[in-house]
Write a protein that binds this ligand. Sequence first.
Ligand code: 5GP
Length: 290
Amino acid sequence: MALPPRLSDEERTRALEIAKLSRQERARVKEEIRRGAISFSQFIESAQQNPVLAKMRVVELLESLPGYGKIRAQAVMEKFEISPTRRVQGLGRHQLSSLLKEFEIPTPHTRGKLLVLSGPGGVGKSTVAKALREVPGFWVSVSATTREPRFNEVHGVDYFYYSNQEFDRAIEEDQFLEWAEFAGNRYGTPRAAVEESLSQGVNVLLEIEIAGAKQVRSHSSEAILVFLVPPSWEELVSRLEGRGTDSPERRAARLALAQEELAAASLFDTVIINTQVEEVVQALIRLATS
Ligand code: 5GP
Protein backbone atom coordinates (compact mmCIF):
# COMPACT_ATOMS: atom_id res chain seq x y z
CA MET A 1 0.00 0.00 0.00
CA ALA A 2 1.33 3.44 -0.90
CA LEU A 3 2.38 5.44 2.13
CA PRO A 4 0.87 8.90 2.57
CA PRO A 5 3.25 11.68 1.46
CA ARG A 6 5.53 12.95 4.24
CA LEU A 7 4.74 16.54 5.14
CA SER A 8 7.32 19.10 6.13
CA ASP A 9 6.81 20.75 9.56
CA GLU A 10 5.56 23.86 7.80
CA GLU A 11 3.05 21.90 5.71
CA ARG A 12 1.87 20.02 8.81
CA THR A 13 1.32 23.25 10.77
CA ARG A 14 -0.57 24.73 7.84
CA ALA A 15 -2.75 21.58 7.49
CA LEU A 16 -3.56 21.67 11.22
CA GLU A 17 -4.44 25.36 11.00
CA ILE A 18 -6.79 24.71 8.04
CA ALA A 19 -8.45 21.81 9.91
CA LYS A 20 -8.96 24.04 12.96
CA LEU A 21 -10.52 26.85 10.88
CA SER A 22 -12.82 24.35 9.17
CA ARG A 23 -13.99 22.97 12.54
CA GLN A 24 -14.64 26.52 13.74
CA GLU A 25 -16.63 27.36 10.64
CA ARG A 26 -18.76 24.23 11.01
CA ALA A 27 -19.34 25.02 14.72
CA ARG A 28 -20.41 28.56 13.81
CA VAL A 29 -22.83 27.38 11.14
CA LYS A 30 -24.31 24.71 13.44
CA GLU A 31 -24.96 27.43 16.00
CA GLU A 32 -26.77 29.49 13.33
CA ILE A 33 -28.89 26.48 12.41
CA ARG A 34 -29.67 25.91 16.11
CA ARG A 35 -31.07 29.41 16.50
CA GLY A 36 -33.12 29.19 13.34
CA ALA A 37 -31.05 31.69 11.29
CA ILE A 38 -30.25 29.05 8.63
CA SER A 39 -32.85 26.52 7.53
CA PHE A 40 -32.03 22.96 6.47
CA SER A 41 -32.54 23.78 2.78
CA GLN A 42 -30.39 26.95 3.03
CA PHE A 43 -27.62 24.85 4.59
CA ILE A 44 -27.78 22.31 1.75
CA GLU A 45 -27.61 25.14 -0.78
CA SER A 46 -24.52 26.60 0.93
CA ALA A 47 -22.89 23.18 1.27
CA GLN A 48 -23.14 22.77 -2.51
CA GLN A 49 -20.75 25.72 -2.88
CA ASN A 50 -18.67 25.24 0.25
CA PRO A 51 -16.59 22.05 0.72
CA VAL A 52 -16.03 22.80 4.42
CA LEU A 53 -19.77 22.59 5.04
CA ALA A 54 -20.18 19.64 2.67
CA LYS A 55 -17.86 17.66 4.95
CA MET A 56 -20.17 18.02 7.96
CA ARG A 57 -21.55 14.70 9.19
CA VAL A 58 -25.28 14.37 8.48
CA VAL A 59 -25.97 13.36 12.08
CA GLU A 60 -24.32 16.56 13.39
CA LEU A 61 -26.40 18.64 10.98
CA LEU A 62 -29.63 17.00 12.13
CA GLU A 63 -28.75 17.35 15.82
CA SER A 64 -28.26 21.11 15.26
CA LEU A 65 -31.76 21.69 13.91
CA PRO A 66 -34.01 23.56 16.36
CA GLY A 67 -36.13 20.88 17.96
CA TYR A 68 -33.84 17.99 17.05
CA GLY A 69 -31.68 16.51 19.80
CA LYS A 70 -29.71 13.28 19.53
CA ILE A 71 -32.73 10.98 19.75
CA ARG A 72 -34.86 12.62 17.03
CA ALA A 73 -31.80 12.99 14.79
CA GLN A 74 -31.06 9.29 15.20
CA ALA A 75 -34.64 8.40 14.31
CA VAL A 76 -34.40 10.44 11.07
CA MET A 77 -31.06 8.78 10.19
CA GLU A 78 -32.68 5.36 10.59
CA LYS A 79 -35.84 6.34 8.72
CA PHE A 80 -33.84 7.29 5.62
CA GLU A 81 -31.20 4.57 6.11
CA ILE A 82 -28.32 7.02 6.38
CA SER A 83 -25.13 5.51 7.76
CA PRO A 84 -23.93 7.11 11.05
CA THR A 85 -20.65 8.32 9.54
CA ARG A 86 -22.17 9.71 6.30
CA ARG A 87 -21.18 13.27 5.43
CA VAL A 88 -23.50 15.74 3.68
CA GLN A 89 -21.48 15.43 0.45
CA GLY A 90 -22.05 11.65 0.46
CA LEU A 91 -25.85 11.74 0.67
CA GLY A 92 -27.63 9.92 -2.14
CA ARG A 93 -30.09 11.80 -4.37
CA HIS A 94 -33.13 10.11 -2.81
CA GLN A 95 -31.85 10.60 0.73
CA LEU A 96 -31.30 14.30 0.03
CA SER A 97 -34.74 14.90 -1.44
CA SER A 98 -36.39 12.98 1.44
CA LEU A 99 -34.51 15.11 3.97
CA LEU A 100 -35.42 18.36 2.19
CA LYS A 101 -39.06 17.31 2.28
CA GLU A 102 -38.84 16.28 5.94
CA PHE A 103 -37.45 19.70 6.98
CA GLU A 104 -39.56 22.04 4.87
CA ILE A 105 -40.33 25.03 7.07
CA PRO A 106 -43.97 25.42 8.07
CA THR A 107 -45.09 29.07 7.85
CA PRO A 108 -46.23 31.44 9.23
CA HIS A 109 -44.48 31.33 12.61
CA THR A 110 -45.79 32.63 15.83
CA ARG A 111 -43.14 34.64 17.60
CA GLY A 112 -41.00 32.72 20.10
CA LYS A 113 -40.85 33.65 23.80
CA LEU A 114 -37.88 35.42 25.35
CA LEU A 115 -36.88 33.92 28.72
CA VAL A 116 -34.19 35.54 30.84
CA LEU A 117 -32.61 33.28 33.46
CA SER A 118 -30.67 35.01 36.19
CA GLY A 119 -29.78 34.49 39.84
CA PRO A 120 -26.86 34.52 42.26
CA GLY A 121 -23.48 33.11 41.27
CA GLY A 122 -23.22 29.39 42.01
CA VAL A 123 -26.96 28.71 41.81
CA GLY A 124 -26.63 26.52 38.70
CA LYS A 125 -27.83 28.79 35.85
CA SER A 126 -25.36 27.44 33.33
CA THR A 127 -26.29 23.79 34.08
CA VAL A 128 -29.94 24.64 33.46
CA ALA A 129 -29.05 26.50 30.23
CA LYS A 130 -27.03 23.52 29.04
CA ALA A 131 -29.95 21.16 29.66
CA LEU A 132 -32.32 23.52 27.82
CA ARG A 133 -30.10 23.39 24.73
CA GLU A 134 -31.36 19.85 24.20
CA VAL A 135 -35.02 20.86 24.27
CA PRO A 136 -36.80 21.09 20.93
CA GLY A 137 -37.97 24.58 20.01
CA PHE A 138 -35.49 26.39 22.29
CA TRP A 139 -32.30 28.21 21.51
CA VAL A 140 -29.85 29.40 24.17
CA SER A 141 -28.28 32.72 23.18
CA VAL A 142 -24.49 32.78 22.81
CA SER A 143 -23.05 35.86 24.53
CA ALA A 144 -20.02 37.91 23.64
CA THR A 145 -17.39 38.31 26.33
CA THR A 146 -14.00 39.88 26.85
CA ARG A 147 -12.92 37.10 29.23
CA GLU A 148 -10.40 34.50 28.07
CA PRO A 149 -11.84 31.17 26.88
CA ARG A 150 -11.61 28.30 29.37
CA PHE A 151 -9.77 25.21 28.10
CA ASN A 152 -12.95 23.35 27.05
CA GLU A 153 -14.80 26.31 25.53
CA VAL A 154 -15.32 26.90 21.82
CA HIS A 155 -15.67 30.28 20.10
CA GLY A 156 -19.18 30.63 18.69
CA VAL A 157 -20.58 27.84 20.86
CA ASP A 158 -19.92 28.81 24.50
CA TYR A 159 -19.19 32.49 23.85
CA PHE A 160 -17.95 34.81 21.15
CA TYR A 161 -14.59 35.94 22.53
CA TYR A 162 -14.11 39.64 21.81
CA SER A 163 -11.12 41.89 22.37
CA ASN A 164 -11.82 45.06 24.36
CA GLN A 165 -11.83 47.07 21.12
CA GLU A 166 -14.29 44.69 19.46
CA PHE A 167 -16.56 44.92 22.50
CA ASP A 168 -16.35 48.75 22.49
CA ARG A 169 -17.28 48.78 18.81
CA ALA A 170 -20.24 46.45 19.38
CA ILE A 171 -21.52 48.79 22.12
CA GLU A 172 -21.11 51.84 19.87
CA GLU A 173 -22.98 50.10 17.07
CA ASP A 174 -25.79 49.16 19.48
CA GLN A 175 -25.31 45.47 18.75
CA PHE A 176 -26.15 44.33 22.28
CA LEU A 177 -29.59 43.76 23.72
CA GLU A 178 -27.88 44.28 27.10
CA TRP A 179 -24.36 44.15 28.43
CA ALA A 180 -22.73 44.27 31.86
CA GLU A 181 -19.42 43.98 33.62
CA PHE A 182 -18.92 40.95 35.84
CA ALA A 183 -15.78 40.01 37.81
CA GLY A 184 -13.57 42.28 35.70
CA ASN A 185 -14.85 41.18 32.28
CA ARG A 186 -17.65 42.40 30.04
CA TYR A 187 -20.49 40.22 28.76
CA GLY A 188 -23.18 41.11 26.23
CA THR A 189 -26.11 39.52 24.39
CA PRO A 190 -25.92 39.98 20.60
CA ARG A 191 -29.28 41.45 19.67
CA ALA A 192 -29.61 40.31 16.03
CA ALA A 193 -29.40 36.56 16.73
CA VAL A 194 -32.02 36.78 19.47
CA GLU A 195 -34.39 38.76 17.26
CA GLU A 196 -33.91 36.37 14.34
CA SER A 197 -34.73 33.30 16.46
CA LEU A 198 -37.79 34.90 18.05
CA SER A 199 -39.15 35.88 14.66
CA GLN A 200 -38.61 32.30 13.42
CA GLY A 201 -40.84 31.08 16.24
CA VAL A 202 -37.95 29.67 18.32
CA ASN A 203 -38.04 30.32 22.09
CA VAL A 204 -34.86 32.01 23.31
CA LEU A 205 -33.14 31.73 26.69
CA LEU A 206 -30.64 34.32 27.91
CA GLU A 207 -28.52 33.08 30.81
CA ILE A 208 -27.16 36.32 32.23
CA GLU A 209 -26.24 38.04 35.48
CA ILE A 210 -28.64 40.33 37.32
CA ALA A 211 -27.62 43.79 36.03
CA GLY A 212 -28.11 42.56 32.45
CA ALA A 213 -31.52 41.06 33.31
CA LYS A 214 -32.61 44.45 34.69
CA GLN A 215 -31.59 46.11 31.40
CA VAL A 216 -33.66 43.61 29.40
CA ARG A 217 -36.61 44.41 31.66
CA SER A 218 -36.23 48.13 30.97
CA HIS A 219 -36.35 47.80 27.16
CA SER A 220 -38.40 44.70 26.53
CA SER A 221 -41.96 44.18 27.62
CA GLU A 222 -42.10 40.71 26.08
CA ALA A 223 -39.28 39.18 28.17
CA ILE A 224 -40.16 36.76 30.97
CA LEU A 225 -37.65 37.25 33.78
CA VAL A 226 -36.86 34.18 35.84
CA PHE A 227 -34.83 34.28 39.04
CA LEU A 228 -33.22 31.01 40.04
CA VAL A 229 -32.62 30.46 43.76
CA PRO A 230 -30.96 27.64 45.69
CA PRO A 231 -33.13 25.36 47.87
CA SER A 232 -31.50 27.02 50.91
CA TRP A 233 -28.76 29.47 51.82
CA GLU A 234 -26.71 26.55 53.23
CA GLU A 235 -26.97 24.77 49.87
CA LEU A 236 -25.61 27.84 48.03
CA VAL A 237 -22.73 28.12 50.52
CA SER A 238 -21.84 24.48 49.99
CA ARG A 239 -22.05 24.85 46.17
CA LEU A 240 -19.75 27.88 46.21
CA GLU A 241 -17.34 26.15 48.59
CA GLY A 242 -17.52 22.96 46.54
CA ARG A 243 -15.88 24.77 43.63
CA GLY A 244 -12.67 24.50 45.65
CA THR A 245 -10.75 26.87 43.38
CA ASP A 246 -11.29 30.06 45.39
CA SER A 247 -9.10 31.49 48.16
CA PRO A 248 -10.87 32.05 51.55
CA GLU A 249 -11.04 35.82 50.79
CA ARG A 250 -12.56 35.24 47.37
CA ARG A 251 -15.03 32.74 48.82
CA ALA A 252 -16.09 35.28 51.45
CA ALA A 253 -16.49 37.95 48.73
CA ARG A 254 -18.58 35.59 46.58
CA LEU A 255 -20.85 34.76 49.54
CA ALA A 256 -21.31 38.44 50.37
CA LEU A 257 -22.16 39.13 46.73
CA ALA A 258 -24.58 36.19 46.62
CA GLN A 259 -26.39 37.59 49.66
CA GLU A 260 -26.80 40.95 47.88
CA GLU A 261 -27.85 39.23 44.65
CA LEU A 262 -30.59 37.20 46.36
CA ALA A 263 -32.24 40.47 47.35
CA ALA A 264 -32.90 41.21 43.64
CA ALA A 265 -35.49 38.41 43.36
CA SER A 266 -38.43 40.79 43.75
CA LEU A 267 -37.62 42.49 40.41
CA PHE A 268 -38.29 39.29 38.49
CA ASP A 269 -41.54 37.88 37.09
CA THR A 270 -41.05 34.53 38.73
CA VAL A 271 -38.73 32.71 41.11
CA ILE A 272 -37.81 29.06 40.56
CA ILE A 273 -36.09 26.96 43.21
CA ASN A 274 -33.26 24.90 41.76
CA THR A 275 -33.83 21.61 43.54
CA GLN A 276 -33.50 19.46 40.41
CA VAL A 277 -32.27 20.65 37.02
CA GLU A 278 -34.93 18.66 35.18
CA GLU A 279 -37.71 20.34 37.20
CA VAL A 280 -36.32 23.80 36.40
CA VAL A 281 -36.21 22.91 32.70
CA GLN A 282 -39.84 21.74 32.82
CA ALA A 283 -40.86 24.98 34.58
CA LEU A 284 -39.12 27.05 31.86
CA ILE A 285 -40.85 25.04 29.13
CA ARG A 286 -44.21 25.68 30.83
CA LEU A 287 -43.46 29.43 30.99
CA ALA A 288 -42.65 29.54 27.28
CA THR A 289 -45.58 27.49 26.14
CA SER A 290 -48.37 28.73 28.40
P1 5GP B 1 -18.77 32.92 33.21
O1 5GP B 1 -17.59 33.79 32.97
O2 5GP B 1 -18.64 32.09 34.47
O3 5GP B 1 -19.13 32.09 32.01
O4 5GP B 1 -20.03 33.89 33.45
C1 5GP B 1 -20.00 34.84 34.46
C2 5GP B 1 -21.37 35.49 34.58
O5 5GP B 1 -21.69 36.22 33.41
C3 5GP B 1 -22.52 34.49 34.79
O6 5GP B 1 -23.33 34.98 35.87
C4 5GP B 1 -23.30 34.56 33.51
O7 5GP B 1 -24.70 34.33 33.71
C5 5GP B 1 -23.05 35.99 33.08
N1 5GP B 1 -23.24 36.22 31.65
C6 5GP B 1 -22.94 35.40 30.62
N2 5GP B 1 -23.29 35.98 29.46
C7 5GP B 1 -23.82 37.19 29.76
C8 5GP B 1 -24.38 38.26 28.97
O8 5GP B 1 -24.46 38.21 27.75
N3 5GP B 1 -24.81 39.34 29.64
C9 5GP B 1 -24.76 39.45 31.00
N4 5GP B 1 -25.24 40.55 31.55
N5 5GP B 1 -24.25 38.47 31.77
C10 5GP B 1 -23.78 37.35 31.15
